[in-house]
Design a protein around this ligand. Sequence first.
Ligand code: IMP
Ligand code: MG
Length: 175
Amino acid sequence: MEKLVKKILTDQEIKEQVKSLAQKINKDYKNKDVILIGVLKGAIVFLADLMRYLDINIDLDFMAISSYGSETKTSGVVRILKDLDESIANRHVILVEDIIDTGLTISYLMRNLRSRKPKSLEICSLLRKKDKQKATIEAKYVGVEIPNCYVVGYGLDYNQQYRQLQDIFILESDD
Ligand code: IMP
Ligand code: MG
């Protein structure tokens, strides 16, 4: 069995982080049109909050991927389950992620998206685990650096559970 052991971010703290990320994006993309690409499913709660603090023109699209690996570890081998609806060629793109752990997933996505020739491409991730990046990731917008443990809530899941929690918790599992 697994259990929630500690609240590491309250909904209020998350809100402040999201707001401050949005302010940076508003400033950097003033007078530009941006397409936000959400990585399903984990990023939807973050994306839904983030976009409501943006005062620039945005378009939304989504990708769904599955990474081969166990429940709590990514292998870096990624399969696209749902691709973008639209072309991103010559457009300003921000890839919106919930969390960067090893960085393998996002580096695969960045390579894939870069090959479609966007005008610009940046990463916005709410969380990043410290000292974990196997792939070198240049993430321009990162909310909070967290310790190297498994977290759930605010869109983040364990076995598709816990996504609806308003705060973010550390999850510990016995197995
Ligand atoms: P990475 O490829 O190791 O960077 O893993 C990234 C993906 O794994 C994220 O998009 C999440 O879906 C998932 N993930 C990594 N760490 C956690 C966590 O602590 N809680 C929930 N999901 C996680
Ligand atoms: Mg994810």
